[in-house]
Design a protein around this ligand. Sequence first.
Ligand code: HEM
Length: 477
Amino acid sequence: LHITLGAMADKYGPLFTIKLGSTKIAVLSNSEMARECFTKNDKASSSRPKLVAIEHLSYNQAMFGFASYGPYWREVRKIVTLELLSNRRMELLHDVRVSEVQASTKELVNLWSSQKDESSGYVLVDIKQWFAELTFNMVFRMIAGKRFFGAMKTESEEKAERCVKCVKNMLRLLGVFTVGDAIPSLRWLDFGGHEKAMKEVAMELDKILTEWIDEHRQMMDLGEKDANERDFIDVMLSVISDAKIDNVDADTIIKATILNMIIGSSETTTISMTWAMCLLLKNPRTLEKAKEELDKEIGKERCASESDINKLIYLQAIIKETLRLYAPAPLTATHEFSGNCNLGGYNIKKGTQLIANLWKINNDPCLWSNHLEFTPEKFLTTHTDVDVRGHHFELLPFGSGRRVCPGISFGLQMIHFSLASFLHSFEVSIPPDEPIDMSGTPGLVHAKATPLTIMVKPRLSLSCYETRFLFNFDRKC
Ligand code: HEM
């Protein structure tokens, strides 16, 4: 969709509208329009429409990422920013991230040791799947204290599969614009059965979340957790307690917010690491430079630690360039204008919906020379001061303005550390005669469509891979 809308922008300009039944959608596609929209018109353009998918899958807009602009959204976003995604919380969750990266690395070394090809010394691995399992473990441990994959998993295979499948289905269905959204009078016909599928996924997820919250309440009553062991559900239970916000009850707020954290963080992070790996394998010189930096800053006597990330300037530039070329969320979520306004000389009426084509903005040939080439060096030379946090309107992988992604630091921390650890720990190579397929999935997120099967072998001495962090699951088991 981002490519089709990008081609339409080339023909009709950086702001055009499309009409789907009775719904008018403005599509914004360049940095100047983005600046005007997310600064001067930010308040007016920061609401969200009540689409059919949002009604069913977001607890009727209790998920703040899909809530209308107003006191409820403001209050919950404030709680999330201050309590869940703050620097302090990130520090408290340091051991979780490190233990997960160490455990996944160790498991990959074990796989290599038992299945390597004796002549090449490499083992074949679908690294997209490895990144996905690592991210799911990290995210679900920080959010709910759950570990789905690997030797130390806390959940059965069946439960893990059920949960991961539901989250993936939810993300897919959130990208569906139903006939009922365009022509409300035809909603009851439910063409394609999308609404039925949405209700089923919502019910299944609600069951899982209710179970987790009950479990956490019991643990809390037993006083079984130290302050630094608290996950997001524990924090939400203590912050919200039984208070209502704008008439939404505490349990609904907690379930909706936890689910928002899960869908916001799990896929986007995996997708970014996978695209980065594809681009590195297609650009061996860049991969070599990244390894040189890792060896210079960390050496080869130990594995990477989170405190190394600040020194890995080239690796950070690689991630910026990946997010520029392959934004995991190439379009913003749909916004809705809550008041009339003027944008780029056009009068926009209240109720008009808005989508910003972030991918088109990030790849504007007027602002980026050789805009389709992968050159992280630009962020160390000509574009040193351009960051991804929504203030530089030529690079907006996380959006901008009031609705900018609240998980930027949280997401970047996971991406930088996981990728640095992987590249530092393993030698990688592409199987001969197998070009890297760069096709992506349609929908809300733009993931690599096919597996990324590559050859992997350890590059540090085997003693470096011994895990130092212990899992503390005994009481839960
Ligand atoms: C590489 C990683 C990520 C990317 C590229 C990304 C990108 C985005 C984008 C483009 C938006 C939409 C902005 C708009 O509608 O204008 C967004 C919103 C959001 N993201 Fe992220 N995101 C990432 C990671 C995360 C993480 C780790 C979390 C949570 C832990 C998260 C939670 C959210 C939430 C809750 C919203 C909705 C905010 C609101 O409407 O107030 N995201 N993100």
